[in-house]
Design a protein around this ligand. Structure first.
Ligand SMILES: *Cc1c(COP(=O)(O)O)cnc(C)c1O
Length: 391
């Protein structure tokens, strides 16, 4: 069935959406269509697929499913990666137009915005979205605002309803990167956003085995513009990747429920640990974003960031001492990953040097805690700047 997510609880919708229409002996799952072109004769009718860079039947169940989950019947668009979707959405800023983008956005997003600004393609106004007044000022005359919440990797919770309303009053297009929350925890279109983008590489596909991006909008005209970008720039997903992402989506509710519960527990324990100077997780009552998160989100997610009292050296040693957590970039998979984000030169300078991002998977909470506790014990004597244990 292709039906509407609103008929069902979202944890049912992820299982039921994007199925082939029932027919006797029919397959339960959509087929993978490996064809670069489609039969046609005469002038193509509107909606005809024509060629597999324009449309592929394997994308369609995923595109209808993500749209229903985000609360619209306008089909979403699948892209080759999250960044291909980000790129298409950012290009909704007209040439020479003004884009408002948080400095501490996902590093690919802010990197692309800076690149476009340096080339003169757009005027970039960098903001701290936690400062609503300053962001409101930056919105004067703006064409587009980019928002991400909770942010990667700082886990800041942005006041999406307030900023969306301010942007709409000024006629700016609002794009929200919903990668961290997924539509199971946050539905920005309902709060007035024009476009939602996802790195489906993360929680949606969920198994660290595929790169894929998604964009969703309620507006047919915006969808047509994004689709044109995808077709002409060629950032299309392969059929197998689209199929894998839909396969991953089937278990997203289960995976997220489990990982989120574990993350809450680990965040509470980490906050008590003497080697940790700060835990960033909106689910902690002490977190500055907690009240906003409670108002805006249906769950606090499965990423937690910690800062180590011993600085970058302690953070690197901590990552190196973990055994069950895999040191790797990315997040949202079934396996727990860990990374000191500033090891990347492209990471925004707003991110503290000692910040370690933990993406919590679906392993048993006590195994994960035992690994964290042991690795923290190994580094708890390291003091900032020395790189050595204090004797
Ligand atoms: C990973 C990520 C992206 C980029 O997605 P890719 O699939 O790696 O291209 C964009 N936004 C956020 C928040 C991400 O975490």
């Amino acid at each position: 069935m292709t039906g509407h997510a609103d008929e069902f609880h979202p944890s049912t919708a992820v299982v039921a959406l994007g199925r082939p229409d029932p027919e006797p002996d029919g397959a339960l799952n959509p087929p993978i269509v490996l064809s670069s072109t489609f039969r046609g004769s005469g002038a193509p009718e509107p909606g005809e697929r024509v060629y597999a860079r324009y449309a592929n039947p394997t994308w369609e169940p995923l595109e209808s499913a993500i749209a229903a989950l985000e609360g619209t019947e306008v089909p979403g668009l699948a892209f080759a990666s999250g960044m291909a979707a980000v790129s298409a959405a950012l290009s909704l800023t007209p040439i020479g137009g003004v884009a408002v983008v948080p400095s501490a956005s996902y590093n690919g997003t802010i990197g692309l915005a800076r690149e476009l600004a340096a080339e003169g393609a757009l005027e970039l106004r960098e903001v701290d979205p936690l400062d609503v007044d300053a962001t409101a000022r930056a919105l004067d005359g703006a064409d587009l605002i980019w928002l991400e919440s909770p942010t990667n990797p700082m886990l800041d919770v942005v006041d999406l309803p307030a900023l969306t309303a301010l942007a709409r009053e000024r006629g700016a297009t609002v794009v929200v990167d919903n990668t961290f929350s997924t539509p199971l925890r946050q539905r920005p279109l309902g709060a007035g956003a024009d476009v939602v983008v996802h790195s489906a590489t993360k929680f949606i596909a969920g198994h660290s085995d595929v790169l894929l991006g998604l964009a969703v909008t309620r507006d047919q005209d915006l969808r047509a513009r994004l689709a044109k970008r995808r077709t002409l720039q060629g950032g299309i997903p392969g059929p197998f990747e689209a199929w894998l992402a839909l396969r991953g989506l089937r278990t997203m509710a289960l995976r997220l429920d489990r990982a989120e519960e574990t993350t809450g527990e680990l965040a509470r324990r980490l906050a008590e640990h003497p080697a940790i100077s700060r835990v960033r997780y909106p689910g902690l009552p002490s977190d500055p974003g907690h009240d906003r998160a409670r108002a805006q989100l249906d769950g606090f997610g499965a990423v937690v960031s910690v800062e180590l009292g011993g600085g970058a050296e302690a953070a690197d040693a901590f990552v190196g001492a973990l055994r069950l957590f895999t040191p790797a970039t990315s997040l949202g998979g079934v396996e727990s990953l860990v990374e000191r984000r500033r090891r990347h030169s492209a990471e925004p300078v707003e991110v503290p040097e000692s910040l370690v991002r933990l993406s919590i998977g679906i392993e048993h909470v006590e195994d994960l805690w035992a690994d964290l506790e042991r690795a923290l014990a190994a580094v708890s004597e390291i003091r900032p700047g020395t790189g050595h244990a204090v004797e």
